[in-house]
Design a protein around this ligand. Structure first.
Ligand code: GAL
Length: 675
């Protein structure tokens, strides 16, 4: 067995032994020892069985170069262990002590404008800095050597939310090495970047810099490669420390916390390096679409872990403190957010953080134990969550099945949003979320896959916006359609090659035959009406297109909708060619939903509740293993028809034909306990 398989098994064993993990970041070094005993007592009261320790403790452990202050850590690990609380021990490398930057300014990151960032906040390190990497490695090795066999330590947490981008000289050196590896020679780079444009030809790799402040637009290929490089660089920081922990003989699973669709790390390339996928999720209570947007992130995490359960490593129990205006979560809302993650495959529900900071930048960020103390609705809410999670122990380790893949590629996202394109109003995430919402409203989860991934198992493949598609991926889509899968492709897909060079020919060059149509010229567009073909209807008062349109002509495909106004009048906007569907414009929600509904119906893909194609507004339904989760995201009760005799794991009640879900409430209906 590989060490990853063994480590994953160790995670599964931890969950099997304790049930779902529940807890959060715990920063005892920020508190006097007197509070530790109270912490642990209240953790037990709340049902906390798992905490992440030490994320920001570097300066406590190493107050001066080479020092090692372990007493406090020895003591708290022992205390947690005595109380049956498992520890996810962090390498404290996300925030180096101030002395490191003072003694070695090269560890400090440089931003795009050439400004060197200083200590006094956090994340003040350059992932490219050799000095930083050596110091991070040294402290990690020592922590691993000391605690690899500690019985409290059940997991390792490397760094924190890797995301620092450096534009300085060390980053330049590393970027050049990366480019040389990718292109072999400077001629190949010049060709790939088309540096003849604006006289950018390089004579040697030594001349190349990261994109910094420039007089005008950056070469989009340079920008794309720098983003790829920066993600790889951060990943190398992680794998180096992970390998050091493993080399110490530590058998525990090792992870680092992801951040959903985070713009600076291509998690498709990171995922296999984590023994368990873990993620930080901070849906904004003010966002009316938060529930579907976070559901998509949760589907991404499940997909990154190849379908295995994942960990919600951080979330807030009430308000965060970093938005411009921070709305709280009611205890009911916080509970629903946690149960949503469980419903969508999480085996661990953790918060940032256990005890609210008394001072420091995050003094107003909510925590499980707030400033007000245990006599608070927030803490009582935490206790209720702990109790609920114990009732859901049977769900741990179970999986979620789906027939739908949604293709997403970080490179395509990056290249597709480089400035100087037909419209800045086309946002990849906005489009992906719109498409997903349509499925979420039907209770249909997706596997988020890279376009080059194996797609044989899917009956529906969604491509909301893939600016870059490899030839192989385009062929795979055609192959999937030929074997009967429904393939739905959104506008501005298959535009560029892997170096962000625009494919030559009528668009989308690689997909032309598949979609039975081709186009010339993409442009921004003002909102305009769509004329729907007979037999194609949408639940839409005024079918529209907007944002971006492509001058398409049908070449065998059936035109389901065409532009009705102005210069574009008569130009196809929605095409169907057997099993392939293509949108040549950003279409309104109703039209998009109509297309997706037809594709799903053609593939006979339905949601988890018989007879309900579309769920009542604000109801989320997802089946995990043999438990049907129903979450009411509204302020009013919702009734749902279900099979009679299911047992709600949260209440112990048996269902009739209809189950009522109170505002904000959640049901977890088990079929196994079906009587
Ligand atoms: C995360 C971070 C935590 C804390 C939290 C606040 O991004 O990992 O340390 O800052 O946000 O929401």
């Amino acid at each position: 067995m590989s060490s990853t398989t063994t480590a994953r098994a160790a995670f599964d064993a931890l969950i099997a032994e304790r049930g779902l993990a529940f807890g959060g970041d715990y920063n005892p070094e920020q508190w006097p020892r007197e509070t530790w005993r109270e912490d642990v007592r209240l953790m037990r009261e709340a049902g906390v069985n798992f905490v992440t320790v030490g994320v920001f403790s570097w300066a406590t452990i190493e107050p001066r170069p080479g020092a090692r202050e372990w007493d406090w850590l020895d003591e708290i690990l022992a205390l947690l262990h005595e109380n049956g609380i498992a520890v996810d021990l962090a390498t404290p490398v996300a925030s180096p002590p101030p002395w490191l930057g003072i003694q070695h300014p090269d560890v400090l990151p440089v931003d795009r404008d050439g400004v060197r960032l200083i200590a006094g906040s956090r994340n003040q390190f350059s992932p490219a800095s050799r000095t930083y990497r050596e110091h991070a490695l040294a402290i990690t090795r020592d922590i691993a050597a000391r605690y690899a066999e500690h019985p409290a330590v059940r997991m390792w947490h490397v760094g924190n939310e890797y995301g620092q981008i450096d534009h300085g000289d060390e980053a330049a050196r590393e970027f050049r090495i990366w480019l040389e590896r990718r292109y072999g020679g400077i001629d190949a780079l010049n060709a790939a970047w088309n540096t003849a444009f604006w006289s950018q030809r390089y004579d040697s790799f030594d001349e190349i810099l990261p994109p910094r402040r420039m007089p005008y637009l950056v070469n989009p290929a340079q920008s794309l490669d720098f983003r790829r490089h920066s993600s790889d660089q951060l990943l190398a920081c992680y794998t180096e420390l992970r390998d050091a922990i493993r080399a110490s003989g530590a058998p525990q699973p090792i992870t680092t916390n992801f951040m959903g669709f985070f713009a600076h790390a291509d998690y498709h390339s990171w995922a296999a390096e984590a023994d368990v996928v873990s993620d930080d999720q901070y849906p904004d209570p003010a966002n009316p679409d938060a529930a579907s947007e976070i559901a998509l992130v949760q589907d991404l995490m499940r997909s990154l872990g190849r379908g295995r359960s994942w960990m919600l490593m951080e979330q807030s129990i009430s308000a965060v403190s970093w938005r411009e205006h921070n709305l709280p979560k009611s205890p009911l809302r916080a509970r629903r957010d946690s149960l949503q993650a469980v419903a969508r495959g999480a085996d661990a529900i953790c918060f940032f953080q256990w005890r609210q900071a008394r001072s420091g930048a995050e003094r107003f960020h909510s925590s499980m134990l707030p400033h007000a103390g245990a006599d608070s609705d927030v803490f009582r809410g935490a206790c209720r969550q702990g109790a609920d999670l114990q009732k859901l122990a049977a769900v741990a380790g179970t999986e979620i099945a789906t027939d739908v893949a949604l293709l997403f590629d970080w490179s395509a996202w990056w290249a597709g949003e480089e400035p100087a394109r037909p419209t800045e109003r086309l946002s990849t995430m906005e489009q992906v979320n719109r498409w997903y919402r349509s499925l979420w409203r039907r209770g249909i989860p997706v596997d988020v896959r890279h376009p080059d991934a194996e797609l044989d198992d899917y009956r529906v493949i969604l491509v909301p916006h893939a600016y870059i598609l490899s030839d192989a991926a385009a062929q795979a889509l055609a192959g999937a359609a030929a074997r009967g899968a429904q393939v739905v492709i959104g506008p501005f897909s298959g535009v560029a090659d892997e170096n962000a060079g625009i494919l030559q020919g009528r668009s989308p060059v690689q997909l032309r035959e598949l979609i039975g149509a081709s186009g010339e010229e993409w442009s921004g567009m003002l909102p305009g009406a769509l004329q729907l073909a007979d037999g194609f209807s949408a639940d839409d008062d005024a079918p529209r297109a907007s944002i971006l349109a492509e001058r398409l002509r049908a070449e065998g495909g059936e035109v389901l909708a065409a532009h009705a106004d102005g210069d574009l009048a008569g130009i196809p906007a929605v095409i169907r060619n057997d099993n392939a569907w293509y949108l040549g414009a950003v279409v309104s929600d109703g039209v998009l939903d109509a297309v997706l509904a037809r594709a799903l119906a053609a593939a006979s893909v339905t949601g988890p509740i018989d007879g309900l194609d579309t769920l009542p507004d604000g109801l989320e339904a997802v089946r995990r293993g043999d438990v049907l989760f129903l979450l009411n995201h509204t302020q009013h009760p919702i009734d749902v028809p279900v099979t009679a005799g299911l047992v709600d794991l949260l209440t112990g009640e048996e269902t009739g034909d209809i189950v009522g879900i109170a505002p904000g409430d959640v049901r977890a209906l088990s079929e196994r306990q079906h009587r």
